[in-house]
Design a protein around this ligand. Sequence first.
Ligand code: ZN
Length: 278
Amino acid sequence: MTKAAPLSDFSRLCIHTITTKGWELEEAVDRYAEAGVSGVTVWRQWLEGRNPSESGDRIRAAGLEVTSLCRGGFYPALEEKSRKEAIEDNKRAIEDAAALGAPLVVLVCGAVPGQSLTESRKQITDGIAATLPLAESLAVKLAIEPLHPMYADDRSAINTLASANDACDALNHPLVGIAFDVYHLWWDPDLEEQTKRAAQAERIFAYHVCDWMTPTGDLLNDRGLMGEGCIDLRGIRAIVEENGFRGMIEVEVFSDRWWDRPPGELLEAIKEAYLQHT
Ligand code: ZN
C-alpha cells in the first residue's frame, strides 16, 4: 500500500476538546494556540454555560479555526416522543454550531438494543431529513460518522463506510456527508473502494485520527495516541488524500490512561505522534 508523506507542520492539526478532557474550553484554546495547533473541534459539553457565539470569537481570536461541533445524532428510539426529542436536540446542535461558527456537526447516529438495525437506519435518515431545512437555512453541514460494529447495539446502526455512503445517497443532499474516523474504519476490506465512492460524491467532511490498542481494555475509553496501536495511519491517509481530502486532521482520543496524566503532557505527545506517525 502507498503511504502518505510525513506531516511537516501543524497547519492541519486539529484537536477535539474531549481529548484534553481536563481543560475547560478557554484553557484548551490557549494551550492549543501556544502549541501551534490550527483547529479545534468543540464537544457540546464544553459549550454548557457558555455563549456559543462568544466562544467562537474567543477561539478565532486565539488564531484557531473551529473545525466542527461534536456531536449530534442518537436519532433512533422505541417511542416516537423520544425520536421527536432527538430531532429537537439536533436542531439545537445545529443552531449552536452556527453561533459558534462551526461549519459542521458530527453525528453519532444512534441505535437501540433490540430494535432492528434496518429500522434504526430508517429512523436515522428520517431524523436527519427532519433537521435539513434548519441546516440549510444556517448553512451547517452534517457529517454521519460510521462507528465500529462493536457499537452497533446502542451507539450507531451505521457501522461501515458503505452504510454511511448508503445513508448519504438516501438523503441526497449537499450538506450531508461523512466524518471518516480511522478508529472505526481501519479494518474494513472495502475501505479504498468506499472512500473513492465518498470522495466522488464530495462527502468526506472530516477526518479523525487516533489508534487501536491491542488488547483494548475498554470499548470506549481505551483509544491510543497515533503510533501506539496497529492502525496503518499513513496508508489510510494516503487513501483519503489520493481521493482529494485536504482538510484538518483531527486528533480524537478517549483514553483513561492519558486522562490520568496532565493534559499538557498529552498535548506534547500529540504533537510528536502527529509528526511521527500520522
Ligand atoms: Zn470520530
